[in-house]
Design a protein around this ligand. Structure first.
Ligand code: SAH
Length: 247
């Protein structure tokens, strides 16, 4: 991980892309805007003729792309996970940012953190479960009559906004927890909170999504995550000792 050039710490993650052409065009957009790391999650097709034609010189970026079977695996080592969604899909209370708002913050993070920009499949977009993993959501403002962009064009808009950010001035050099570390913490939290009756065991997701959302904004460091996990294991221990024998 290079500490200085934010662009080298930003990767683009394309989830379950259907058309190789979109992967090629996305790679070209990335290349134009100085992004080099492409991750593909279960692409239906990728290195075909359409992909090569649209990628042009950026085909190297597709050749060196890493392939994963799930989004969890693809972002496990990322510190900041940003989801993209069209206005049509906006729901729930998670705040949605514009690319222009998000880009300077992203470049700040990118100085010392690994940042993933996640894009969904052409027809269906990212699922609610995918979006719940993301600490920030970005939507490109577009005509209400036609708010959904082509996948590769959405990649270009995001990459362009990031590319045109002035070199950031302030320092953001402390290390943040990775997605994998956060997921372990959320798993602990969910188990304990169900156990003490705070979460409904039939439907823990509703409140867990809110918890994910506000903890997602908190820039948790690996130490913060260890403290929260320690807190949960202490609760588990305490509850174990005070549980009535018939439970
Ligand atoms: N019906 C889906 C269409 C997905 S388009 C939907 O409404 O979300 C494929 C992908 O392109 C999306 O998952 C998202 O990653 C990106 N995309 C398309 N339009 C976008 C927009 N206006 N803002 C941000 N991302 C967009």
């Amino acid at each position: 991980m290079e500490p200085t050039n934010p662009l080298s710490n930003i990767s683009v993650v394309l989830v379950e892309t259907q058309r190789g052409g979109n992967i090629g065009a996305a790679a070209r957009a990335m290349n134009n805007m100085g992004l080099q790391h492409l991750k593909l999650v279960s692409p239906r097709e990728w290195m075909n003729e359409e992909c090569q034609m649209l990628a042009g010189k950026a085909i190297d970026l597709v050749t060196s792309a890493k392939i994963y079977s799930t989004l969890d695996e693809a972002v496990e080592e990322e510190n900041i996970v940003i989801g993209t969604t069209s206005a049509r899909k906006r729901k729930g209370s998670q705040k949605i940012h514009t690319p222009r708002e998000m880009a300077p913050r992203l470049c700040e993070y990118g100085k010392a953190q690994r940042v993933a920009l996640v894009f969904g499949p052409e027809r269906s977009g990212l699922t609610d479960a995918h979006l719940a993993k993301c600490q920030y959501l970005v939507s490109i403002p577009a005509s209400p009559d036609s708010p959904v962009l082509n996948l590769a064009q959405a990649v270009l808009v995001l990459a362009y906004e990031i590319f045109t950010v002035q070199p950031p001035v302030s320092d953001f050099s402390f290390q943040l927890a990775s997605d994998g570390e956060r997921e372990q913490m959320f798993a602990d939290m969910q188990r304990v909170l169900v156990d003490i009756g705070f979460l409904n065991s039939q439907n823990p997701d509703h409140i867990m999504r809110s918890i994910r959302r506000f903890l997602g904004r908190a820039d948790l460091t690996p130490r913060d995550v260890r403290i929260l996990r320690g807190m949960m294991s202490q609760v588990e221990w305490f509850v174990g000792g005070h549980r009535s024998p018939d439970r």
